[in-house]
Design a binder for this molecule. Sequence first.
Ligand SMILES: Cc1cc2nc3c(=O)[nH]c(=O)nc-3n(C[C@H](O)[C@H](O)[C@H](O)COP(=O)(O)OP(=O)(O)OC[C@H]3O[C@@H](n4cnc5c(N)ncnc54)[C@H](O)[C@@H]3O)c2cc1C
Length: 503
Amino acid sequence: MPTDRALLAPYCTNLERPVFALRNLPEEVVAVLFAYYSRSTDSLRDNLARLLADGDLALPGGAPDEAPEGLAAAQEKARQFHEKWVVGYGHSSVAEHAVVHLAVEDVSIVATKVIEDCRLASFTEKSTRYVPFDGDSFVRDPAVVASGLLPVYEAACRSALETYSRLLPVVEAQVVERFACPPDWPARRYASTVRAKACDLLRYLLPAATRTNLGLTCNARLLEHLLTKLYSHPLGELRELAAALQREATAIVPTLIKYAAPNAYQQQTRAAVAALATDLPAPTPTATASSNLVRLVRAPDDPVGELATAILYEAAHLPYGDLRAQVAALPAARQQAIVDAYLADRGRWDAPLRALELVSYTFEVLLDYGAYRDIQRHRMCTQTAQTLTTHHGYETPPELLELGHGAAYDAVMAQSAAAWATLAAAVGEERAQYVLPLAWRKRLLLTCNLRELHHFISLRSGRQGHVSYRRVAQDCWHELHRVHPALAAAVRVDLAEYALARG
Ligand SMILES: Cc1cc2nc3c(=O)[nH]c(=O)nc-3n(C[C@H](O)[C@H](O)[C@H](O)COP(=O)(O)OP(=O)(O)OC[C@H]3O[C@@H](n4cnc5c(N)ncnc54)[C@H](O)[C@@H]3O)c2cc1C
């Protein structure tokens, strides 16, 4: 009907077809409209028209930024709906239809890792590889400030960042001397490759306290989890960040994140586990010279048999146990042929299909914090990380030594180690980690299914990657190859070494 059409036009990309997009609507109203699908026989457009008419709304002028004001009544109806159904009755998935985009600027690298641990969100973070960092921009943890040790902390962070800034143009010039521009490369490509190479070599110097920027897109349900986690975190920076995020996101999803608050279970359990761990033996220092290390600590006994069973399951009509027994009775070559057939026709960009998710592995990785920063982004993995300390030494890129910067590099690491020891004794390891540059190592359990392992190894071993995480991905492949060579053979891995990462 004409009135409805005029009413609906600003909010739907078309008024005729069964597939359309919503626009210009407040996020909580979008969530309500989708929620109606679960309770209404009418179409979304009918429900939207009713919502708009009931609200006795003035039509918005058509400009997208005027729409939310004109929708105040619908927003209020949405609030009442969410209070009753999402908050009151726990119909929580409705909140996933309300999406928030948050710019999170000037936070520490430590803080980004805690935020990015929320696996269902989407992130883009300022690159340590393509963007030079500011020489004096780092976060000061409130507990460190209160401890009276700020001068020690600031001296170590400043020294690391100053060395980074001082060496950046020097190393860039040295890279140019060592690697001439290939004749077929445009000057711009060469310049950005040289910059990336210098940043790659020097990012090990950046303290974990370094300020960075992060784009975060997530739904309101996840945002409430994230806020709860941040409010419950021992680091003051993260608790302050929780308040700032909630304040800003309230403008977009006022009802759905209203009840985010510190969580006693999270706080008490963290303290209880720390107490349980006090009797464990002291850490054994790892030699600084040894390189990042990958060990496979958990693998299936019969992955080919399990995988062949998973592959056949959807096409079969047998219970899992019976099918597993049938497959186990097949000759090994036949089981392998089933797996090979499943993977054979993949194109260059095709991910393997889902049966590979039924086989999973756990790797233990000792890696520099810079590589951890990148690898932590793989949301399909279950990542269990120990706190960043000085117990496992630091990585030194051999090329930096060849370029004559070993003494300056080691001096930064020595100062950061001394500052860390002082701070750890006074305010604890969690807060002391801010002062450590990305070269210091940390230990990580990386658990993932074979499908994600394909993705992780092929993406992270690629030529364009940083040498440090390339080595982790390559070593994961070597470990897989050691125990299950036939499965490793199907994984696309780049084992070559490149002088210039991009190209
Ligand atoms: C060379 C290189 C440069 C990079 N530079 C930057 C940079 O400057 N800044 C930066 O922030 N990151 C950077 N990254 C990280 C990159 O953007 C990814 O975040 C990271 O590689 C994790 O990969 P993923 O998201 O594909 O994998 P995972 O999180 O492991 O997910 C596996 C797959 O699941 C699917 N998936 C998972 N979650 C979602 C989701 N929420 N929505 C849709 N699909 C999903 C995707 O198909 C994905 O490939 C860089 C990566 C590389 C390799």
